[in-house]
Design a protein around this ligand. Structure first.
Ligand code: GLA
Length: 361
C-alpha cells in the first residue's frame, strides 16, 4: 500500500479533506443562476502536501496509481492532474505562493458517476493549500476558486453547485442554494425518509459529453428571450416562441427551479418524491440528458412500494440515480431493484449510504 510517506520519504506538512455530494433536486439549474439542493456524502478525497526543493511539483494519485511531475509553467497533460494544477494556478492568482510541492491524493468518492469526485479533489486541494500557507481564504472563496479551476483548466463550463456542496454542505441536511446570490440555508430531509444512491454502471465524463452544449443552448435561449439568464424566466409559455430544442431546454430549467423551491419549503416525503419523479421526466424528455440504463433503473425504483421518488442525479449521460425511500428500507430496496436491473442485462451497484444516521429525515 503506498502512502505519502512511502512515495516521498517523509511526512506531509498538511492533510485536508473534502466530500463528494449527491444532488437531491435542481439539475442543470446552477449555470442558469437557479436553485439547487445537494447534500454531502460520507465519501471524501484527502490531499496531503509538503514543500520540496526539487524545482518541480510531484503529484501522486493513490487510486489511479499514477505519479505526475510538472511545473506551473508547463501544465500536466493527465486529466486528473489538471484539477490540482488548476487549483494551484487559481490559488496563486489569489496571492498564495508555495513553490514546488509533493502532493498525494487518496479518495473513496466514486469517480465518473455524478457524485462530484472532481469538486472533492479541488476543494481538498485548496483546503490543503490554505492550511499550508495559513491563508485566510474562506469556504465560499474556496468554492469559487475551485469552480474557476474546473472551468479554466479541466474544460468543463460547470456551475457552482458541486464546489459549494463540497465546501459548505454536511451529511445531515441538504444545502438549499440560490446560485445567483449564493444565499443558502440548510434544509432537513423530509420526516420518515432516507436517501439511496445507486450507480447505473455506465460511466460518463463531463468534458466529452453534451454538458457544454446544453449550457450553450441555455445561453442562446436566454439571449433570444432578452433575459440575463433562464432564472429570470417565470412564465413557462415564454418558451413557446423558441425553436426546438431550445423550447424544451427552457421548460426544464424553469420547471426545475419551481420544483426545488417547493421541495425546500418543508415538503413531505411524498411530495418530495413526486418532485423527484417529475424532475427525472423533465431531464429525460426536455433536457435529454438521460440514457436508457438510467431510465430503467429510475423506473424500477419508482415502482418500488418503499420508494417515494427517484431521478438521475448529477449531469446525466450515465452515472448514478438518487431515490427517497422509507427509512430502514435502503438495503432491501437496493437488493430488489438491482436484481431486476441485472435481469434486464445491466450491472448496477449500491453506493454505500452513510452509517451514522445521516441522510435520514
Ligand atoms: C455537474 C456540474 C454542476 C451542475 C450539474 C448538473 O455536476 O459540475 O455544476 O451543472 O452537473 O446539475
Amino acid at each position: 500500500m503506498s502512502s505519502f510517506e512511502t512515495v516521498f520519504g517523509g511526512m506531509p506538512k498538511v492533510t485536508a479533506q473534502a466530500p463528494g455530494r449527491v444532488n437531491l433536486l435542481g439539475e442543470h439549474t446552477d449555470y442558469n443562476d437557479g436553485y439547487v439542493l445537494p447534500i454531502a456524502i460520507e465519501q471524501k478525497t484527502s490531499v496531503s502536501m509538503g514543500r520540496n526543493n526539487r524545482g518541480e511539483y510531484a503529484l501522486c494519485s493513490h487510486e489511479l496509481d499514477r505519479m505526475v511531475h510538472f511545473t506551473l509553467a508547463e501544465p500536466p497533460v493527465e486529466h486528473f492532474a489538471a484539477y490540482v494544477y488548476g487549483c494551484l494556478m487559481e490559488a496563486r492568482a489569489s496571492g498564495i505562493e508555495t513553490g514546488p510541492l509533493d502532493i498525494y491524493v487518496e479518495s473513496d468518492v466514486p469517480m465518473g458517476v455524478g457524485l462530484s469526485s472532481s469538486a472533492a479533489l479541488e476543494v481538498a486541494t485548496l483546503r490543503a493549500l490554505r492550511a499550508l500557507t495559513g491563508s485566510s481564504l474562506d469556504d465560499l472563496r474556496i468554492a469559487q476558486l475551485a469552480q474557476h479551476a474546473e472551468i479554466e483548466y479541466a474544460g468543463v463550463r460547470c456551475g457552482i453547485m458541486d464546489q459549494m456542496a463540497s465546501s459548505l454542505a454536511g451529511t445531515k441536511s441538504a444545502l438549499f442554494l440560490d446560485t445567483r446570490t449564493l444565499e443558502r440555508r440548510l434544509v432537513p430531509l423530509p420526516p420518515a425518509s432516507a436517501v439511496l444512491v445507486l450507480d447505473s454502471g455506465v460511466a460518463r465524463t463531463l468534458a466529452g459529453s453534451g454538458y457544454n452544449q446544453r449550457r450553450a443552448e441555455c445561453e442562446e435561449a436566454a439571449l433570444r428571450l432578452g433575459v440575463t439568464s433562464l432564472r429570470d424566466v417565470h412564465d413557462i409559455s415564454k418558451a413557446d416562441t423558441l425553436p426546438e430544442p431550445l423550447r424544451r431546454r427552457v421548460r426544464h430549467v424553469v420547471s426545475e427551479n419551481v420544483r426545488v423551491l417547493r421541495a425546500a419549503s418543508w415538503a413531505s416525503a411524498k411530495e418530495f418524491g413526486a418532485l423527484m419523479n417529475a424532475s427525472h421526466a423533465s431531464l429525460r424528455d426536455d433536457y435529454e440528458v438521460s440514457i436508457p440504463e438510467l431510465d430503467r433503473l429510475v423506473a424500477l425504483l419508482q415502482a418500488h412500494p418503499d420508494v417515494y421518488g427517484a431521478r438521475l442525479t448529477g449531469a446525466g449521460f450515465g452515472g448514478a440515480c438518487v431515490a427517497l425511500c422509507k427509512p430502514d428500507t435502503l438495503q432491501p430496496v437496493a437488493r430488489t431493484v438491482l436484481r431486476d436491473y441485472a435481469g434486464a442485462g445491466f450491472n448496477g451497484r449500491m453506493l454505500v449510504p452513510p452509517s451514522d444516521g445521516a441522510w435520514v429525515g
